[in-house]
Ligand binder design. Structure first.
Ligand SMILES: Cc1cc2nc3c(=O)[nH]c(=O)nc-3n(C[C@H](O)[C@H](O)[C@H](O)COP(=O)(O)O)c2cc1C
Length: 366
């Protein structure tokens, strides 16, 4: 228990001593350069946020076919590794720690983003019921993905292993496996998107198999104490559903205990999940199941986050939109300063505006 702990209590995360428990959540900003290579602009953005206890860098495709949106960075080419070095070196020079979120979007893509205009891949050939694909030519209807053959799955695991190895070469401090928000690993985990009849579908054990194989491969590269996993048990985003989310995610989380991971990162249920008839399971439900560090996220503010840590419901709290708008969020929380409001119109794509021009406190009061 951590009765006296709060956002400013240091935390030992694997080999790293975090100066605070205020984590920057992974945030796709669609501002990678040509070839989906990170640039000096991206380095500036992350450096501005280096006072976070930990930065989890934006979702980053481990392979070209894992891309689902324009200008998202990759970690599969030598140029991308060099680009990420700009980011990791700059963050380290400013005293920060940075993990990379490893991503494959599965069906949340479009042939125009795929090598050779291929169909996106997924556990089963089921088109997302709602929403549209984001392409370089604007929004387009989703296409029905191609179901992966069972003999292709070792190749998918290998793509994550290679992405993890590339992240190590790029100077990151660790990696987070993106198992949340309706992307490939989540598509395998939940039975709304996984109708397979082989060893990767049907039972919960089978549906969790790819997540666990990927985790084993990534842990093999990094050691478990520098690997986190993100899951979203209640999320209906990207047309996700499961017939028994408590059972599905309890099994997956219990199975993740075998690795001794750096952390498990869970999303709380949201209002959108409630509107879509989601299961609305609070992350605290899974607290007794996971035998390790738990990070929670979604709509937290300073007081709610302090309460979650003090009650022992979570060890770490990540902040998304507040970190977009407040590069110095820890200092603002420390002195309970007012916060800049995020501008959703500049979240996805564009240049410096809405990216590196949110003012820090001292600039405002000078
Ligand atoms: C602009 C934007 C980009 C996001 N990109 C990612 C991402 O790359 N990976 C991910 O796991 N979640 C992503 N999310 C979800 C956030 O990590 C976080 O779960 C969400 O913003 C809720 O936290 P908040 O209320 O503190 O903003 C994104 C959210 C936003 C607003």
């Amino acid at each position: 228990m951590s009765a006296n702990a709060n956002l400013f209590s240091p935390f030992q995360l694997g080999p790293y001593t975090l100066p605070n428990r205020i984590v920057m959540a992974p945030l796709t900003r669609n501002r990678a350069g040509n070839g989906n290579v990170p640039t000096a602009l991206n380095a500036t953005y992350y450096v501005q946020r280096a006072s976070a206890g930990l930065i989890i860098a934006e979702a980053t495709q481990v392979t070209p076919s894992g891309q689902g949106y324009p200008a998202t960075p990759g970690i599969h080419s030598p140029e991308q590794v060099e680009g990420w070095k700009l980011v990791t070196e700059a963050v380290h020079n400013h005293g920060g720690r940075i993990f990379l979120q490893l991503w494959h979007v599965g069906r949340i893509s479009h042939p125009s983003l795929q090598p050779d205009g291929a169909l996106p891949v997924a556990p089963s050939a089921i088109v997302p019921a709602e929403g549209t694909a984001s392409t370089y030519e604007g929004s387009k209807p989703y296409v029905t993905p191609r179901a992966l053959e069972i003999d292709e799955l070792p190749g998918i695991v290998e793509q994550y292993r290679q992405g993890a190895a590339n992240a190590l070469a790029a100077g990151f401090d660790g990696v987070e496996i993106h198992g949340a928000n309706g992307y490939l690993l989540d598509q395998f985990l939940r039975d709304g998107t996984n109708k397979r009849t082989d060893a990767y579908g049907g039972s919960i054990e089978n549906r969790a198999r790819l997540l666990l194989e990927v985790t084993a491969a990534v842990v093999d590269v990094w050691g478990a104490d520098r690997v986190g996993v993100r899951l979203s048990p209640s999320s209906t985003f990207n047309s996700m559903s499961d017939s028994d989310p408590k059972a599905t995610f309890s099994y997956a989380i219990e199975a993740l205990n075998q690795f001794g991971l750096a952390y498990l990162h869970l999303l709380e249920p949201s209002e959108a999940d409630a509107r879509h008839g989601g299961a609305l399971i609070p992350t605290s439900y899974f607290r007794p199941i996971f035998k390790g560090t738990l990070m929670t996220n979604w709509d937290y503010d300073r007081d709610k986050a302090n309460a979650a840590i003090a009650s022992g419901d979570a060890d770490l709290v990540s902040f998304g939109k507040l970190f977009i708008a407040n590069p110095d969020l820890p200092e603002r929380f420390r002195i309970n300063a007012s916060l800049n409001a995020p501008d959703p119109s500049t979240f996805y794509g564009g240049g410096e505006q809405g990216y590196i021009d949110y003012p820090a406190l001292e600039l405002q009061t000078r």
